[in-house]
Design a protein. Structure first.
Length: 77
C-alpha cells in the first residue's frame, strides 16, 4: 500500500519506468555494499533540484538477470 513516501519497492518492480533509490534497494534486501555496487554499475538518474540518484527498474532487473549464478547448470552446456 502506498505511504506518504510513495509505493514500496516491491510494487515499483512491477511498474515500468519506475525509479528506485537507495532506500528501495535496501527494502529489497541489499546490504550497503550491494547498493553502492548497483549504483556504480547502472546509469544514475537525477531529478532537478534533488541530489539523490535513482536507477531505473528495468536497468536494475536486467542487471540481476545478466548476473544470475546458474550454479552447476552453467557447466552442462
Amino acid at each position: 500500500m502506498p505511504t506518504a513516501k510513495g509505493p514500496p519497492a516491491s510494487q515499483l518492480l512491477q511498474t515500468p519506468g519506475a525509479l528506485l533509490n537507495r532506500t528501495h534497494l535496501r527494502e529489497l534486501g541489499l546490504a550497503p555494499a550491494g547498493i553502492d555496487a548497483a549504483f556504480r554499475a547502472l546509469p544514475n538518474y537525477y531529478i532537478p533540484g534533488y541530489t539523490r540518484p535513482h536507477v531505473k527498474v528495468e536497468d536494475y532487473l536486467a542487471m540481476l538477470e545478466k548476473n544470475v549464478d546458474l550454479g552447476d547448470t552453467r557447466r552442462l552446456g
